[in-house]
Ligand binder design. Structure first.
Ligand code: ADP
Ligand code: MG
Ligand code: MG
Ligand code: MG
Ligand code: MG
Length: 435
């Protein structure tokens, strides 16, 4: 049964809705709609000029309507007058296929058509920094190995606890919060869910962390590598696939190595096969490539991959199988679009299941120390342009994500790369002035 948003709002004292959609670059775009007007908007959607956001549209296109998915509505725990609701983009009465949430729904349906239900958990790391963005916010958080620093964690108790209390109130089942491997970096974990629900929660989490940090006079960033020499912001995804009722984990088989079933291995095979191309989505910014393939950080390790390899419970590879029935993709970073992350996991995974893809050998070595001994595994793309070219070359993955999305994404991301190339940097002056 569809929730009637007007009634829902009146029961909770909600005065405004943010009808929110996510564009190709992961930006959340919203209109603030008074509850009095929500009934019509729930039916017809809120109107936007799509070109004004990161979608491949022109100023001449008709209105883009964002139709709220009422089941995703959340009353903001830190501002109870307002509710956020994720929306699906429609134009001329047709779903906009390049819109990330529309695309994810399509892929979830495709998996369902094969009797599969993908469940995932994400780990979006973030830094708490000063409002001007120039440095971390806690000057005493300066240890060489700051991971799990008890003292620094408690100095940020007010912010972290407010976010965690919010997740508890929302029923997300958060279970741990910690100081991560970089100075000023934190991670908060909540329970995995269906891919679409996780994408909505991931989006809302970013909005919530930024908002609550601002409320406390700080700023939160999910930028992949905000500080040279410090560990970057990953956004690992843990992935399992279940039967359609969500009762039986199709990835679990205790008799198999690492407890990963034959089907789980083919899904993993799809991820491995398409890894270099899917990096264009999981690592979507110029800055992303300063987190992967990175030199050692001050703490001793980047905790990010550089090669397309998988293993058991060992955090130096692109994929880790931490226990039976799931695997962890460690490639995505904090800039990843929450909907496209889930979409590309399903697209690549299903392609692996279809073709019975073999993930190849597992290398149970320390990749940071002995990675050079692995000769037959591809290196991850070195920059955004290489990743975009890999994506362009991968007709199967492009098709699985849909040509409309793929063309739009490549066009806008190539534009971003061109903008980057047009920058004049201090580094090139320093190294070229006296040539
Ligand atoms: P780590 O830091 O060791 O990678 P975390 O505890 O930070 O692990 O995050 C693990 C994530 O994996 C959480 O979101 C958790 O809910 C999720 N997860 C656990 N089991 C499964 C599963 N079977 N399928 C998908 N996600 C899972
Ligand atoms: Mg106007
Ligand atoms: Mg973690
Ligand atoms: Mg982490
Ligand atoms: Mg992890």
């Amino acid at each position: 049964m569809t929730i009637d948003l007007e009634t829902w709002a009146k029961e909770r004292g909600v005065k405004y809705f943010m009808i929110s959609y996510t564009d190709l670059f992961g930006g959340q775009r919203a209109k603030l709609v008074p509850t009095q007007a929500i009934a019509d908007m729930q039916k017809d959607g809120a109107g936007f000029a799509g070109f004004a956001t990161w979608l491949d549209l022109t100023p001449a296109h008709p209105d883009l309507f964002a139709i709220p998915d009422a089941s995703s509505a959340i009353q903001l725990p830190w501002k109870k007058d307002v509710a956020w609701v994720a929306a699906d983009c429609v134009m001329d009465d047709k779903p906009v296929e390049q819109a990330p949430r529309v695309l994810l729904k399509k892929l979830v349906a495709e998996a369902a058509g094969q009797g599969l239900r993908v469940k995932t958990g994400v780990e979006p790391e973030f830094f708490l920094i000063t409002p001007d963005g120039s440095k971390i916010s806690d000057e005493f958080d300066a240890a060489e190995k700051p991971c799990y620093d008890q003292q620094a964690l408690l100095r940020r108790y007010d912010v972290i606890a407010e976010i965690c209390d919010s997740m508890l109130e929302l029923g997300w089942k958060p279970y741990q919060n910690d100081h991560e491997d970089a100075n000023g970096q934190f991670e908060m974990n909540w329970e995995y869910d269906d891919a679409l629900a996780t994408a909505d929660k991931h989006s809302f989490f970013k909005f919530m962390v930024k908002s609550i940090a601002e409320k406390h006079g700080l700023r939160a960033t999910f930028m992949p590598k905000p500080f040279k020499g410090l560990t970057g912001n990953g956004c690992h995804a843990h992935i399992s696939v279940w039967d359609i009722d969500g009762k039986v984990n199709a990835f679990a088989d205790k008799a198999m190595p690492f407890g990963l079933s034959a089907q789980g291995k083919t899904f993993l095979g799809g991820i491995m096969k398409h890894a270099s191309a899917l990096a264009a989505v999981t690592n979507p910014t110029v800055n992303s490539y300063k987190r992967i393939n990175a030199p050692r950080t001050i703490s001793g390790a980047t905790w990010a991959p550089n090669t397309v390899t998988w293993t058991g419970n060992n955090r130096t590879h692109m994929v880790r199988v931490p226990g039976p029935g799931r695997f962890e993709l460690r490639l995505p970073d904090g800039a990843v679009n929450p909907y496209l992350l889930q979409a590309i996991i399903i697209a690549a995974g299903l392609s692996g299941v279809r073709s019975k893809a073999d993930p190849g050998p597992h290398y149970d070595i320390d990749m940071y120390k002995d990675g050079h001994t692995v000769k037959d595994a591809p290196k991850l793309p070195l920059n955004l342009l290489d990743a975009l070219r890999e994506y362009e070359k991968d007709a199967e993955l492009r098709g699985a994500m849909g040509e409309e999305f793929s063309a739009a994404y490549l066009k806008l991301k190539h534009g971003e790369w061109s903008n980057y190339c047009a920058q004049f940097t201090a580094w090139e002056r320093d190294t070229t002035l006296d040539i």
